[in-house]
Design a protein around this ligand. Structure first.
Ligand code: KIV
Ligand code: ZN
Length: 520
């Protein structure tokens, strides 16, 4: 029987993650992310820094009141005013802890705090004792502990344990540590600090050298039973330990780590998307687990292996994490087997002659651009087989943008059942909004517009842009994408494609298990 160690996941996306340059969220919107974190199965949520503003205080209070199934951490410097705010803001949580921190490295002590080690120990003692009057569970963080010297960390930890700290967090604040140092630090503190065996341990690793996940796993080996993470690894500078990477490492290498978490991995992708969208923070294409390319394979040899058996080139099942994207990117390296497979995903089964024509045309298109989107493949198949699977075709687009006049878009679409072409005009705050509103008129049965992502596929003024649009229809999500040098046209094509997919799904044109498929 498996006897795995349970690792608690402490999420600080809404506190440390929000300190990411570029990531921002209005305090009143934090609840959207917090609800999803609860759904994901997070053990402890740190919703913000209550003392920092009235809005932050209200957000921490709202999350504490609503999410009664999750433990809430009230974050505070070792200062009475911070502690009072954190205690008040979390007062209605069903379970809560106070998370207090002070720096422990000489660099911070002399240049930032301007205090001696003795003074820091005294402040830490006093503030833990002060907080303990209000809250039983006290997490104490020795900030920059990996650059503080082990002896002083042990002294500080002994002092706070004596005053009632119940969880000791040893942050690698600057992402400086090496994994073997992390193991040793945790082992030494646990063993050598007086009372060290009576408390729980936590790691909080930053990613400056790309080792936040490795160092967090090392901390587990050293005795930590809690890891502090952020969704998509967002956070100060290079970010924090990424939730999805850590959890999937534990899940995938359970045999080696002998550990497990309470995370519902089926919610991982949705959580990542919600955080990225709500905090306006894009995800790198090659980001493990949740990046667009994380489960996509372009090489013909890999594609061939995957189609025979997924385990040949994948160590995780993306669908288990809620990622229903296609695992194969079609491009110039794709073989006929992969293209046939993708066509059949869309319910298109050409005869040999038709397939030959599709394949030849596909290669021509693929030679000119790196990837061929599903949208384009369907169009090629339609042209070559003289069938047109798209219910709507975008025929023309005219956009006015600029400073002095209204931004307008006129779209012309052909409805295939009717053969007629109609034009619709709309105004928007910008040209993209105008395009979306015009398409909504043109395709009245269209699914609810959910999201638009724009990416430049290279640099320079002649770069191709990629647009991906997701829509929700009958509770299901559909994504359309398109690549073009004109990014506004790409957005329009992607939106029409997403609507077409939704409408085709209603007519059962596509196989049910291929719904929610994301285009390339
Ligand atoms: O990085 C860090 O040291 C922190 C602590 C305050 C927990 O965020
Ligand atoms: Zn941090």
């Amino acid at each position: 029987m498996e006897n795995n160690k349970k690792i608690q996941i402490f999420d600080t996306t809404l506190r440390d993650g929000e300190q990411s340059p570029g990531a921002s969220i209005a305090p009143e919107r934090k609840i959207i992310i917090a609800r999803q974190l609860a759904k994901l199965g997070i053990d402890v949520i740190e919703p913000g820094f209550a003392v920092s503003s009235a809005g932050e205080f209200a957000a921490v209070q709202q999350i504490s009141r609503e999410l009664q199934q999750v433990e809430i951490a009230g974050f505070a410097r070792a200062v009475k005013g911070d502690i009072d705010a954190a205690v008040r803001a979390t007062a209605d949580a069903a379970r809560r802890r106070l998370h207090l921190f002070i720096s422990s490295s000489d660099i911070h002590l002399s240049h930032q705090l301007r205090k001696s080690r003795e003074e820091v120990i005294r402040i830490a003692r006093d503030m833990v004792a002060y907080g303990k009057q209000f809250v039983d569970e006290i997490e104490f963080s020795a900030m920059d502990s990996t650059r503080s010297g082990r002896d002083f960390v042990i002294q500080l930890v002994e002092a706070v344990i004596e005053e009632g700290a119940t969880i000791i967090n040893l942050p690698d604040t600057l992402g400086y540590a090496m994994p073997d140092e992390m193991i040793e630090l945790f082992r030494a503190v646990r063993k050598e600090a007086r009372g060290g065996e009576s408390v729980r341990y936590s790691a909080h690793c930053h990613n400056d050298l790309g080792m936040a996940v490795a160092n967090s796993l090392a901390a587990i080996q050293g005795g930590a039973t809690q890891i502090e993470v952020t969704v998509n690894g967002i956070g100060e500078r290079a970010g924090n330990c990424s939730l999805e990477e850590l959890v999937m490492a534990i899940e995938t290498r359970r045999d080696h780590l002998k550990a497990e978490t309470n995370i519902r991995i089926g919610e991982i992708y949705e959580t990542s998307r919600i955080v990225s969208r709500t905090m306006n923070f894009p995800i790198a294409y090659n980001k493990p687990i949740v990046g667009r390319n994380a489960f996509q394979h372009e090489s013909g040899i890999h594609q061939d292996g995957l189609l025979k058996n997924r385990n040949t080139y994948e160590i995780m099942d993306p669908e288990a994490m809620g990622i229903s994207r296609s695992m194969i990117v079609l491009g110039k390296h794709s073989g006929s087997h992969a293209i046939k497979h993708r066509l059949s995903d869309f319910g298109i089964e050409p005869n040999d002659e038709q397939f030959k024509a599709i394949y030849t045309r596909f290669k021509e298109v693929a030679d000119g651009q790196k990837i061929v989107t599903d949208n384009e493949l369907i169009r090629i198949a339609g042209d070559m087989t003289k069938t047109q699977p798209d219910p709507y075709v975008l025929v023309d687009l005219l956009v006015h943008a600029g400073m002095q006049r209204a931004r307008t878009a006129t779209v012309t679409v052909r409805e295939n059942g009717q053969g007629s072409e109609k034009s619709y005009m709309a105004m928007g705050a910008g040209p993209l909004e105008a395009v979306i509103l015009a398409i909504q008129q043109a395709i009245p049965a269209a699914a609810e517009f959910e999201d638009l992502e724009l990416h430049s596929l290279s640099t320079g003024e002649d770069a191709f842009g990629e647009a991906a649009v997701s829509v929700v229809y009958n509770g299901e999500r559909f994504r359309g994408s398109s690549v073009h040098k004109d990014i506004i046209l790409a957005a329009a094509q992607a939106y029409v494609s997403a609507c077409n997919q939704a409408l085709m799904s209603a007519n059962a044109v596509r196989k049910p298990d291929q719904r929610q498929q994301t285009a390339n």
